[in-house]
Design a protein around this ligand. Structure first.
Ligand SMILES: [Zn+2]
Length: 252
């Protein structure tokens, strides 16, 4: 299986707006903040429960998002994201229902994997990059902040499924991601061009990590979440009080 290098397209339905790629064998979507019921800093399609938003609002938003993209919310897998490199493989048809019924925390993992059709793999982001991968062994959706990338989440997931191609969603751009020396040191092995002064290009880090892991075919949204206030939550721009959008992918 492989994603062809066609781009992502904007889609709108029922007041929601998202980026979507209809790829052979799989579909990948990146949600925006448009079309939900949350207010204040979570306006409006906040999908994260650990943000301080109302649980019922998040539940409604999650069901709206799943319905818009054509997924059963009860078949969407999420993890408790800790900026690590642990992966959860969903080998059955029905993952745990933490997404549809927010409450008890899901298993700790920053990557969700499956080889089952119709099982949605979802990560929550607000500056970190959602990265979908597909290969002979299945599909992966990864939460990629700098710590997860430094911990090797891309390399681990690529090896697990024999990844051949990937889609990188919206995340914080080099225009807005000022970092300390510890971040630049973590990626020094990737060579020059991943930073300019203290400004780090995390999308380029992800691209180079994908290439190094043998994933030759990479599409990216090329959108900075911090610059696009209208459409995306940004943890850094909003001072940590904000919502979460999602990257979600499934095998057809
Ligand atoms: Zn920016």
């Amino acid at each position: 299986m492989a994603f062809p290098t066609s781009g992502l397209h904007w889609r709108e339905r029922a007041g929601l707006k998202w980026l979507e790629g209809g790829f052979r064998g799989a579909r990948v979507c990146f949600t925006t903040r448009t079309g939900g019921v949350s207010g204040g800093p979570y306006t409006s399609l906040n999908l994260g429960i650990l943000t301080g938003d109302e649980r019922e609002s998040v539940r409604e938003n999650r069901h709206r998002a799943a319905a818009a993209v054509g997924l059963d919310p009860g078949r969407v897998a999420i993890g408790r994201q800790v900026h690590g490199a642990d992966l959860t493989f969903h080998g059955g048809d029905d993952p745990p229902t933490h997404f549809a019924e927010p409450g008890a925390p899901p298993e700790e993992a920053d990557g969700q994997l499956t080889d089952r059709a119709g099982v949605g793999l979802l990560v929550l982001v607000a500056d970190c990059f959602p990265v979908a991968m597909i290969g002979r062994g299945g599909l992966a959706m990864l939460h990629c902040g700098w710590r997860g990338l430094a911990a090797g989440i891309i390399e681990r997931a690529a090896a697990r499924i024999g990844a051949e191609s990937a889609v990188v969603g919206p995340g914080i751009g080099p225009c807005c991601f000022e970092v300390g020396p510890e971040v630049l040191e973590a990626f020094a092995h990737l060579g020059p061009g991943i930073s300019q002064g203290p400004m780090c290009d995390l999308e380029e880090v992800a691209r180079r990590s994908l290439t190094a892991a043998g994933v030759g075919d990479v599409v990216s949204a090329g959108i900075c979440t911090s610059c696009d206030r209208e459409q995306f939550f940004s943890h850094r721009r909003d001072g940590g009080v904000t919502g979460r959008q999602a990257g979600v992918a499934w095998l057809r």
